[in-house]
Design a protein around this ligand. Structure first.
Ligand code: HEC
Ligand code: HEC
Length: 256
């Protein structure tokens, strides 16, 4: 297989101290006993870098997939064991990745430009989390099970923990786009709460103020709607004509 497990074998990866500090005395990668999907002739170094790539890509540690106790030396782990169900899930993923790179991404080749293709890797989807969710997925789940307050505090918690990493997108448009959908489904309470968070993080965001104006209007909050549109005009004077029309419409629809 020419493109054997490309993307999976993370050879050449620089290993940060965080992972390297787990390095044991004996070479635990030297003599693998139970490789079912990785190439059996894999070198100790390749296996080591592949495993560290998995751990970093998913933001987990060895014990997430292997049998061993957190904090204990890795020499005490039973890496050959299949008793941890996460290991089997990871095998499914390795095969999937190989298929994607070999038969899908790889098949885009028009000539011999193989080297120019990007490879899909674990981190391409996982971005430092075991369950590769988007912020919208997390909010959806929180709203369904904990309500608006739970969603608001979860957002703060995630932002505190992950801001600056690639795991979640905390940029200006994420919450507005999601809130728009919520408002369309009739959940104006949640939409307003998330837009308020966004207005706090992005005080210069015209679009957030504009949406606040729209959603407050749907919710029947005349004064807040008008104030939000006014603020939007301040932030983006070029849209003043359009926003003024929205203000007139709201004034008619929601009389004092
Ligand atoms: C996301 C899950 C996952 C993580 C995290 C992970 N591994 Fe693995 N590991 C696997 C899978 C799956 C295999 C078996 C691959 C196969 O069947 O070809 C494996 C195999 C191994 C083997 C070979 C065992 C044998 O005898 O066959 C060693 C050694 C190993 N891992 C060490 C580590 C170390 C050390 C870490 C932490 C730095 C780690 N792994 C993190 C999934 C993981
Ligand atoms: C194309 C996107 C994609 C790639 C690439 C990918 N994964 Fe996944 N992976 C997912 C998705 C989506 C899920 C969640 C499935 C679910 O549980 O609903 C998942 C789930 C998992 C799980 C189970 C997590 C849990 O909490 O149950 C493991 C382990 C895992 N992936 C390991 C890997 C490893 C190791 C690689 C690289 C060899 C990899 N994944 C590459 C998309 C991907």
């Amino acid at each position: 297989m020419r493109t054997l497990l490309r993307g999976v074998l993370a050879v050449g990866l620089l290993v940060p101290a965080m992972v390297a500090s787990q390095e044991p005395q004996r070479d635990i990668y030297a003599d693998p006993q139970n490789l079912q999907v990785l190439p059996k002739e894999i070198s100790s170094r390749e296996l080591s870098e592949t495993m560290k790539g998995f751990a970093l890509g998913l933001g987990v540690r060895c014990e997430t997939c292997h049998m061993g106790v957190a904090g204990k030396p890795l020499t005490t782990f039973d890496f050959a064991s299949d008793a941890n169900p996460m290991k089997q899930k990871a095998r499914v993923m390795i095969k999937m990745l190989d298929d994607i790179n070999e038969n899908y991404v790889g098949s885009l080749d028009d000539d011999s430009s193989e080297d120019h293709h990007l490879e899909v890797r674990c981190v391409t989807c996982h971005r430092g989390q075991a369950h590769p969710e988007l912020i919208e997925d997390v909010m959806e789940e929180q709203l369904a099970h904990g309500g608006v307050d739970a969603a608001v505090s979860k957002y703060a918690e995630l932002r505190e923990r992950y801001y600056g990493s690639h795991t979640f997108d905390f940029s200006e448009m994420t919450l507005p786009m999601y809130a728009q959908g919520l408002a369309q489904q009739g959940n104006t309470e949640a939409a307003l709460a998330l837009l308020d968070i966004n207005a706090g993080h992005f005080p210069e965001s015209y679009y957030t103020r504009f949406l606040l104006g729209e959603v407050h209007a749907i919710a029947g909050n005349r004064e807040q709607s008008l104030a939000s549109f006014e603020k939007a005009i301040e932030l983006n004077p070029r849209a003043a004509g359009f926003l003024q029309q929205r203000i007139e419409t709201v004034k008619k629809k929601l009389p004092e």
